[in-house]
Design a binder for this molecule. Structure first.
Ligand SMILES: [Fe+2]
Ligand SMILES: [Fe+2]
Length: 477
């Protein structure tokens, strides 16, 4: 079913908002609050306009419209993927039944919770990244940062639309709360840990968009399977935008590694700090940090809540349709990571067999880990291509974990268990120290001239939307 996009309205949308005056009014009264939030918590660097992609519809004819726009006039809209009128529920106890167009009363609280948790991450990352514009390594990168920011703003709109349209007064209250919680706030922090961490420099930004935005991709992938059709359609479209965020992270780290490798080879040294590049061990430490905090976002190895969400049809598996099983999993099992106690009081890292339903977080985290390995392979190819023997790697799953089976222990990146004292003494070898962070920050000087790039990063291979690297992507105020 194709719904025409209404782009002339105050709130661009393809959900026929004008047909539902009450909903339209409610969202129009949320809109100024959103804009206030954007003004006070969004990007701090003053700009005239930015070469941005705006979603104007979802169809094949091209939903992405590119042009220079003033960010405060960005047209945040509500766009759901096209509806498939014959869509059936693909898993769980309701498998084979028609997808829900309304929220079933018995699942209302759970669905609302899932939407609020997803919704909370979207504005959080905008808050985390708000000061980065001041130190952008190029106008190209600056434009990509702002693109990610406006789209996370649009993802907030997507979740707020669902809350307003389907969850009544409670939904409207939750929509307000999404603007009141703030990343890193002591009184009302964002819900998930990784979204309260700082993103103080561009290496962190690329690692965040690689590892933490990728968690978002996997969460959206499970919600795209939802029996609740409006949620499924929203997430399907968000995933298209999310692909750009992945690209920013992947190629951002590529370019840092490429530049470091180049400086290492040219000067025949590993010690590139004196030469204005980021040493490989520092890149590895940033990777270790962002990967491990992102693993925590998948929750505990086992979860009865998530088992219930699956059976109810609220949240599926990654690529549910491609799984070769009964999609109900009542009699299947899975091995999950666990801490063994061999009876001697000495824990060791092992595995434990649990029912497949209870182990769904582990299933999703494994899909994510396999995907993360793809980036590591790319970066190692760049190092190999430069003729260097050095390699980066993903740390062990038990390293630096604060959620799940390994929350109570410490392990090295190789998976060796450590006492608290050993960890305290050695963690600076594996996680960014104040010295590392200060060094990386010292490199963060803005390069805001067309076609120029900072010395610690290589230029991109391609520009945006066919434009060259030296295009005027951003006009500063
Ligand atoms: Fe997002
Ligand atoms: Fe994202």
């Amino acid at each position: 079913m194709t719904t025409a996009s209404d782009y002339s309205e105050k709130i661009p949308n393809n959900v026929e908002l004008r047909e539902d005056r009450r909903l339209q009014r409610a969202l129009e009264s949320w809109q100024p609050n959103f804009l206030n939030w954007w003004e006070s918590m969004g990007p701090t660097l003053p700009t005239q306009d930015v070469y941005l992609r705006t979603a104007i519809n979802v169809g094949r004819e091209g939903w992405a419209h590119f042009g220079h726009v003033a960010m405060k006039d960005y047209r945040w809209g509500i766009f759901l993927a096209e509806r498939d009128p014959g869509r059936q529920i693909g898993f769980g106890a309701h498998k084979g039944e028609p997808a829900w167009q309304k929220v079933p009363g018995e699942y209302r609280a759970d669905l609302q919770r899932l939407i609020v948790i997803q919704g909370d991450t979207e504005p959080a990352s905008v808050e985390q990244q708000r000061n980065l514009g001041a130190t952008a390594p190029s106008l190209y990168d600056l434009r990509n940062l702002f693109q990610v920011n406006v789209e996370e703003g649009r993802h907030l709109w997507a979740m707020v639309y669902l809350l307003h349209a389907y969850f009544g007064r409670e939904g409207r209250e939750e929509a307000e709360e999404l603007l009141h919680r703030n990343s890193g706030s002591l009184e009302s922090p964002r819900i998930l840990g990784a979204f309260n961490e700082e993103t103080p420099d561009w290496l962190s930004f690329y690692m965040f968009t690689y590892f933490t935005d990728r968690d978002g991709k996997y969460q959206l992938g499970t919600l795209k399977e939802s029996a609740f059709d409006p949620l499924s359609r929203t997430c399907e479209f968000m995933l298209k935008e999310e692909a750009h965020h992945m690209m920013v992270g992947t190629t951002g780290v590529d370019r840092v590694v490429e530049r470091t490798a180049q400086v290492m080879v040219e000067n025949d040294t590993d010690d590139v700090a004196a030469l204005g590049a980021i040493p490989l061990p520092v890149i590895q430490k940033y990777l270790n940090f962002h990967y491990s905090v992102s693993l925590d976002l998948f929750g505990g190895e086992t979860s009865t809540n998530v088992a219930n969400y699956f059976t109810a049809g609220l949240k599926g598996r990654w690529l549910e349709g491609r799984r070769q099983d009964d999609h109900q999993l009542a009699s299947d099992s899975i091995m999950v990571d666990a801490l063994d106690d061999a009876g001697d009081g000495q824990p060791s890292i092992g595995q434990l067999e649990v029912s497949a339903l209870v182990g769904l977080n582990t299933d999703l985290r494994r899909e994510y880990i396999a995907d993360c390995q793809g980036g590591v392979n790319r970066w190692n190819k760049i190092l190999a291509g430069a003729g260097l023997p050095h390699r980066v790697k993903l740390p062990h799953i038990a390293f630096n974990r604060r959620v799940g089976a390994f929350a109570g222990i410490e392990a090295s990146p190789d998976g060796e268990l450590l006492s608290a004292d050993e960890w305290a003494a050695r963690q600076g070898e594996w996680l960014p120290t104040d010295v590392d962070k200060t060094y990386v920050r010292s490199l963060m000087r803005p390069v805001h001239e067309r076609g120029k790039i900072a010395a610690w990063i290589a230029p991109p291979r391609n520009g945006i939307n066919g434009k060259p690297f030296d295009y005027d992507y951003v006009h500063l105020a």
